[in-house]
Structures are given as structure tokens and as C-alpha cells.
Design a protein around this ligand. Structure first.
Ligand code: 9WN
Length: 427
């Protein structure tokens, strides 16, 4: 006889699998229909983990379809426009990239290498192996070499991001200051996001005006990495990007080691990791006792307190002196809050519990922080974040994100990465 709890869990699993199947457009999974009708980079990486427990072949297809859009330079784009749709803005006409398949000209946090390592490690059928697996690993090596060479050409140890969309945390208050230096685009446009979702949950027009200025700028620079590095008005050491890249490189090198791939490229990646380990302290602030992004144009830290500041845990970049201070901050953040972890600290002046990356909770961020906590032996905090994440599923289902105070839906419904986190991590 199955208990009530088992029946509920079973039906949650079925619902999560159905969410992925419904969002499957054949080889790639859209985040949700309408609002996001294309393939997004870090969404697909997370979604591959969700496919893993019930369709391993399909999990690998998510990876290979994303990598099919890799640029000659090695960059894996942030959105791949495999087929047309008019429910999202800006589409391929605005980006002006002419590749096959079509894509945007920027990237997103490179969590893919860590995911590939997990698929290889936990896959029961070894659904991708031999030559095909080697091809994926070579593509990832090229991607990570591109990251370091084109986003940190001066060997500072800290790569830069050129657009809030690259961070995947579009309107985080961390970007308020660096975005102010970006002019507003001069042409008029019609947003599509606010026809799907209430405007109170989305970025403001002033932010979109600047997002679009940058899109134009990349096009005017002919997408040239060197020119963009020199002249981009927005150039930020994004602490989440840096942490995810660092963890990804570590996982990629471990995978290479298992597969017997050791050469000048892997040695070079290992060297780049040491540069990051030496430089990460620049992003630590003694008063807030956490990590922050840095605006490389002004040289100032972005002082908003955001969940990104916990991601160095995922990368193993927190020193033993910083660890107790950071954990103390986390404990305070979690204390007396029914849900966790808000994307912006509730005591930060820019906190808005319903507005996208200024408050709502995102489960893939929780997963990365919890993984990092486990690596550091902080099991009670990891368990607390995991339980709080599970609670959100039971309170309001497979949403894009969750209102930081009520746990209600924030953003789109029937969302792929939340269903994936349920299947891989929570249920
Ligand atoms: C722009 C798809 C993506 C996520 C990002 C999230 C949001 C897009 C948007 O949706 O960004 O890339 O139009 O708001 O911020 O993290 O990958 O789910």
C-alpha cells in the first residue's frame, strides 16, 4: 500500500516529467511556451539534469543541441533561435547575427561543463560515450578557453560580462550602477514579456532601453571580441559568472582526467584557475561579509547584497577565514524566513520580493549554493535550503521563480528548469 505522501510525490514527479515533455520542441526544451520560445543556454544545462533520471538519451540531446550553436570562436550563445517565433522580443532580426543555427551574440553562465560531468557520472546507460563524448568534451574545452582568452585578455583572473542578460540575473540590483553608464537606445520597440507577465514582475523600461543599446553596440562592433572588450560601456566582473566558470573548469578538468585527456589546453585551463583563486579576494567586502560583483569601468564593487554573493561556495573559492563570516551572513538571511533564498537580501534597500532578480527565489541558484555548502561541510544550511526549495514546489508548483515572501508564482508557469530541479534534486 502506498502512503499519501508517496502518492503526492509520485504525482509531482509525473507532473514535472510532463512539464519537460510539453516544453520539448525536439532535441531542445524551451523554458516555457510563449514567454521564452527558444533554447536558452543555462536553462538547457539545468534541464538536462531533469531529463537524466527518466530519459538519459534526451538529457544528452539537450547538451548536443545547445553545443550545435557554438561559435567558431568557442562561445556558446545565450539564446539559440532554432525556429522562428514572434512571442519574444528581441528576436534574431534585432541581434543581427548570421549563423546557423541563428543565435544571440552574448553568452550565459557556463554551468554546462558541471552538468556534463554529472550526466557522465550518474548516467546508468552511458547514453553518450566514445567518440560522441569526446566531441562534447572538446567543445567544452574550446568554450572554456574562449572564456578566459576573450573575457580576461589581461590575465586578471576575473572574467567580464558585457550584458545583464549574460549574467542570467537580468535586473539584479547589482547591475544598477554599471548600467547607469550605458546610454538608452534611441529607437522605439514593443516588448513582448509584459504581454505574458505582469509588468510589476519584470524589469523596467529604463533597463530595457539600456539592454537594447548594448545589443546594438555589439552589432556595430561586428561582434569582435577585442573591440567589445576595449569599448563596451558595461563591463562587469560578475561574481556568479566567475564562480560558475571556475566550478565548470574544475569539473571539466576532472572529466578530462577520467577520459585520459591531458594536454597543453588542459594545463592552460588549470593555470587560469590559479589566477582566479589569487584574484577572487578582490570581490570580498569586509563589511557585508560576502562577495560582490565589480564594475571594471569605475573600479567599484556593486554593493547590493544578492544571492550571487554566495556562489563562490559552489566554486570552492571561499577561504577558511571567509567561510565562518559568510555562513554567519547566510544564517541571518535564512532566519525567520519561510522561504529561501531570496535573490536579493530582504534587508537590502533594493529588495522587491516580486520583481524578478530583485527578490524572487530561483531553484537552480539554490541548488548551486546547496552543493557548495555540502562541499564545505555545512550540511545543516544545505539541508535547510533544500527543504525550503521543496516547500516551494508544494506551495505553488513548477514556476519560473517564487515570490520571496509568499512563495507564490513569480514569472512564467510550467517552467522547465524548476521541473528539472524537482526531478534531479528535490523529489
Ligand atoms: C533574457 C530564460 C531566461 C533565463 C534568465 C532570465 C530570463 C531573459 C528575459 O529568462 O532572461 O535572457 O527575457 O528575461 O533572467 O536567467 O535564462 O528562462
Amino acid at each position: 500500500m502506498t502512503s499519501g505522501a508517496d502518492t503526492t510525490t509520485q504525482s509531482m514527479i509525473e507532473q514535472a516529467q510532463k512539464t519537460l515533455r510539453d516544453n520539448d520542441l525536439g532535441g531542445y526544451t524551451v523554458p516555457t511556451h510563449g514567454l521564452y520560445p527558444f533554447q536558452w543556454n543555462w536553462d538547457s544545462a539545468i534541464v538536462a539534469l531533469g531529463w537524466l533520471p527518466f530519459d538519459e538519451t534526451r538529457a544528452w540531446e539537450e547538451v548536443t543541441s545547445l553545443l550545435s550553436a557554438q561559435w567558431k570562436s568557442g562561445m556558446v550563445p545565450h539564446v539559440v533561435f532554432h525556429r522562428p517565433s514572434d512571442t519574444y522580443f528581441p528576436g534574431p532580426d534585432i541581434w543581427g547575427v548570421q549563423n546557423t543555427p541563428d543565435s544571440t551574440s552574448i553568452t550565459q553562465p557556463p554551468v554546462l561543463a558541471s552538468v556534463v560531468k554529472l550526466l557522465h557520472q550518474h548516467g546508468r546507460e552511458q547514453a553518450l560515450s566514445g567518440e560522441a563524448l569526446h566531441t562534447v568534451v572538446q567543445q567544452l574545452i574550446r568554450s572554456h578557453l574562449w572564456w578566459y582568452n576573450s573575457r580576461d585578455p589581461e590575465n586578471t583572473g576575473l572574467v567580464v560580462s558585457y550584458h545583464p542578460w549574460e549574467s542570467g540575473m537580468d535586473n539584479s540590483p547589482a547591475w544598477d550602477e554599471p548600467l547607469r553608464a550605458v546610454p538608452k537606445v534611441q529607437w522605439s520597440y514593443t516588448r513582448r514579456d509584459t504581454s505574458h507577465i505582469d509588468a510589476s514582475e519584470r524589469p523596467h523600461k529604463e533597463e530595457y532601453d539600456r539592454f537594447l543599446y548594448l545589443v546594438d553596440f555589439f552589432r556595430k562592433m561586428n561582434f569582435d571580441d577585442t573591440l567589445i572588450y576595449q569599448d563596451c560601456p558595461y563591463r562587469v566582473n560578475d561574481v556568479s559568472m566567475i564562480s560558475i566558470l571556475h566550478r565548470g573548469t574544475r569539473d571539466l578538468l576532472a572529466l578530462c582526467h577520467d577520459l585520459g585527456i591531458e594536454n597543453a589546453q588542459t594545463q592552460y585551463l588549470a593555470h587560469r584557475m590559479t589566477l582566479t583563486e589569487e584574484a577572487i579576494g578582490e570581490l570580498w567586502h569586509a563589511d557585508t561579509r560576502m562577495f560582490h560583483s565589480k564594475d571594471t569601468r569605475s573600479g567599484k564593487l556593486c554593493m547590493a547584497r544578492t544571492s550571487a554573493g554566495m556562489l563562490p561556495l559552489f566554486a570552492g573559492l571561499v577561504s577558511h577565514t571567509q567561510l565562518p563570516l559568510l555562513i554567519n551572513e547566510l544564517d541571518h538571511w535564512l532566519k525567520n524566513r519561510p522561504f529561501a533564498l531570496s535573490s536579493t537580501h530582504p534587508e537590502d534597500p533594493n529588495y522587491e520580493p516580486q520583481r524578478y532578480w530583485r527578490g524572487p527565489i530561483w531553484l537552480h541558484i539554490n541548488w548551486m549554493i546547496a552543493e557548495g555548502l555540502l562541499d564545505y561541510g555545512c550540511t545543516s544550511q544545505a539541508e535547510r535550503i533544500k527543504e525550503a526549495s521543496r516547500d516551494l514546489l508544494y506551495v505553488s508548483g513548477y514556476n519560473e521563480s517564487f515570490h520571496a515572501q509568499t512563495g507564490a508564482r513569480s514569472g512564467g508557469a510550467d517552467f522547465s528548469w524548476t521541473a528539472a530541479m524537482a526531478l534531479y534534486w528535490l523529489l
